[in-house]
Design a protein around this ligand. Structure first.
Ligand code: SF4
Length: 319
């Protein structure tokens, strides 16, 4: 089969854009800290607070320990998406390293491994990696299915109300929801043609192949997967999904001792504001709901600060 060698460009462009914007923002936030806070960061960097921050980032950013305490189903949904995706990246990178016998290869090869490696391989552990990557994908897909379900039945997740979304958030959400189903289709269709998966994906691929010829679908599917990844990465810094890197940044800053003790807004305030995931947990807990006030809950105040459109009415509606 002739693969298009440029299909991964949307993914690559999105990744470069995301890193440039996020790193630029983090540098800006650091430069805006007070002199004493900058010293706290420099000193804290080399103390055990950094190790504690790494553990807290895993516990809260990937495993979502606190959301689990609120509602197990909600916790599983967040955990399977975040931790599952993280494992797909890490295990995928190790798999590609083993295949090449080197840690140095084009970054996109680990993301689109099954696109590039269609012929039988015999490197050590390839059977394990085939199974592991497919099971991890099912794990993430279970979270995506729950996320679809939550849109219609939020009460099952212990939430009476969910947050209202902006147009940009909807683009980010749609791209995120498409990423893993697209990956599933890409890998099973490719397995249906080349049998380059485990018996699980090869079997599903064979079932698809019994309906029709899969080969003409491969290039459009892989290109679409690359486009939805790129779209999500471009949308991330401007939507609720900015909380993913911002939350990790905040955990480190807090543990290094950066505070708001001066009682004035610094860029640390921005680091906090951008860390709100808009999970919506604070909405049901807010007593303003009883008064019919639906725009002054923490999540909306933070959103308005982020969008620079906070009004006195929203701010001072709080009891
Ligand atoms: S402020 Fe509300 S929506 Fe934002 S992270 Fe906290 S509980 Fe979730």
């Amino acid at each position: 089969m002739e693969f298009s060698e440029y299909f991964y460009y949307p993914f690559l462009a999105g990744t470069i854009f995301l890193f440039a914007v996020v790193i630029g923002r983090f540098v800006k936030w650091f430069m805006g800290l007070s002199k004493i806070d900058k010293i706290r960061v420099r000193i804290g960097l080399f103390y055990k607070k950094t190790l504690e921050s790494i553990w807290e980032s895993i516990r809260e950013g990937l495993l979502h320990h606190n959301i689990f305490k609120t509602n197990k189903m909600l916790g599983y949904m967040h955990m399977s998406l975040a931790f599952g995706w993280f494992l797909l990246i890490v295990v995928g990178h190790i798999e590609t390293s083993c295949y090449h016998g080197s840690m140095f290869f084009p970054f996109q090869e680990s993301v689109f491994y099954r696109y590039y490696v269609t012929q039988p391989t015999d490197f050590a552990g390839h059977t394990f990696f085939n199974y592991a990557m497919e099971i991890l994908l099912f794990f993430v897909l279970s979270g995506v299915m729950l996320a679809y379900f939550k849109r219609f039945r939020s009460k099952t997740f212990g939430m009476k109300r969910t947050t209202r979304m902006r147009y940009g958030d909807r683009i980010g959400l749609t791209a995120l929801w498409l990423i893993f189903p697209m990956r599933f289709l890409c890998e099973t269709f490719t397995a249906g043609v080349y049998h380059n998966g485990s018996p699980i994906f090869n079997g599903i691929g064979d079932a698809f192949a019994s309906i029709g010829n899969l080969e003409p679908w491969l290039n459009p599917l892989w290109l679409t997967y690359s486009v939805v990844l790129g779209t999500f990465f471009v949308a991330m810094p401007f939507t609720r999904y900015m909380h993913i890197p911002a939350e990790i940044n905040l955990i480190f800053l807090r543990n290094w001792g950066v505070t708001l003790k001066e009682r004035r807004a610094t860029t640390f305030t921005l680091a906090e504001v951008y860390s709100c995931s808009r999970c919506g947990i604070c909405i049901d807990a807010c007593q303003l709901n009883l008064a019919g006030i639906k725009n002054s809950q923490s999540v909306y105040v933070l959103k308005n600060i982020r969008n620079k459109n906070l009004t006195d009415e929203v701010l001072f509606n709080c009891l």
